[in-house]
Design a protein around this ligand. Sequence first.
Ligand SMILES: Cc1cc2nc3c(=O)[nH]c(=O)nc-3n(C[C@H](O)[C@H](O)[C@H](O)COP(=O)(O)OP(=O)(O)OC[C@H]3O[C@@H](n4cnc5c(N)ncnc54)[C@H](O)[C@@H]3O)c2cc1C
Length: 402
Amino acid sequence: MNEFIEARVGLRWGEQKPSYDVVIIGGGGHGLATAYYLATRHGITNVAVVERGYIGSGNSGRNTTVIRANYGIPASVRFYQHSLDLYRTLEAETDRWIMHKEKGILWMHHTEMGIRTERARAHMNQAFGAQTTFVTPEEIKQIVPEVDLEGGGRYPVLGGSYHSSGATARHDRVVWAYAEGAMARGVDVLQRTTATGIRVEGGRVTGVETDQGYISTRTVLSATAGHTTTITDMVGLRMPIRTHPLQAMVTNHYRQTFGPIVASAELAFYVSQTPRGEMLMGAEWDRQPSYSYRSTSEFLRSCAAKAITILPFLSDLKILRQWTGVCDLSPDSSPIMGMTPVEGFLVSTGWGTWGFKAIPAGGEQMAELIATGRTPDLIAPFRLDRFARDRLLADAGSAGTQ
Ligand SMILES: Cc1cc2nc3c(=O)[nH]c(=O)nc-3n(C[C@H](O)[C@H](O)[C@H](O)COP(=O)(O)OP(=O)(O)OC[C@H]3O[C@@H](n4cnc5c(N)ncnc54)[C@H](O)[C@@H]3O)c2cc1C
């Protein structure tokens, strides 16, 4: 399917009603996917998605669209593999072209320690259902002939892993597909509507204040990424989340021969080619916690230096655009999904720099939890109370942006 189909996207905006069964704060991928699965899997359609800007204006419309399941701990491999599988069938399910393309991801290492870790990752991934194999420098050169195995003389490529099911999809099309599917079933998506307060009576949620008026409800989900703590503050809940900016950039067109997504673990750098031929790249998150969307020349310099170290042809290209999102980083680099001590108030957060790939599974599982009141097994390890129970899911090495 490659026709031009924007005209087919039929978004129908709702009017705010005084009361809903469920109010979702945040019209990004996670909020909209949860609304979609509530409607399609559970028949719950008296739902409002409250978005302060336009849908996808947060990180869901700013990311570099990498989808993969090559994580470092069993709970995460299972979860992300399920999400990867849902992405594979999302076009057929929604009848919308999200430009999903399986292209594989190559994750290179430049140190002996890194090589050891990557061998272990490949074994562990295979054991829990993700297609990852260890590859030698010679095999890397076959997969991506443009790679300089000498790494500019400073970062020689010693090996890596190849995750053949790694993929990309067009981020705003994913947002639109979920929004449209939810709207068609009666969900109200309320753009330009900011949640300004949450009413709690006797320890349970009773409603949401917005700049467009009050909404009565007994279930509220916060899916607000880097703005999570501004929402959890409204119910007096202290969250283990810090907000850090993450930047990205694209170049002009390169001949459309660049196959997989390529990443360097130690350089914390990754690149892929967009369907338009642009080279899309990113690096580590900004160390200073901030809500700033400002892009910096320092990022351009450091990201470009990393890029040409392993892929020298990139030095011939021009940088066209750069942009920034603000990310919700958890202490163990794993998501936080589920109920909270405030009855009726749920969170989907801790998506940091890696939550685009998780949108289908995150939405599906949160919808099941809201509909049934029971935490599905797949997301049980990611509950908020893991921090109090000393059951952290430390997986910073899988983020690729640390
Ligand atoms: C540069 C960059 C590159 C990335 N690359 C990747 C990648 O390659 N692969 C990957 O898996 N992940 C990636 N990510 C991470 C991924 O984009 C996010 O984890 C994911 O999009 C989070 O989705 P979300 O729906 O939780 O949040 P968002 O899409 O940010 O949506 C949250 C929404 O909440 C709204 N909101 C906030 N406060 C309020 C309020 N008070 N009232 C109403 N609405 C409110 C915001 O306007 C926003 O639209 C990247 C992120 C960035 C910034």
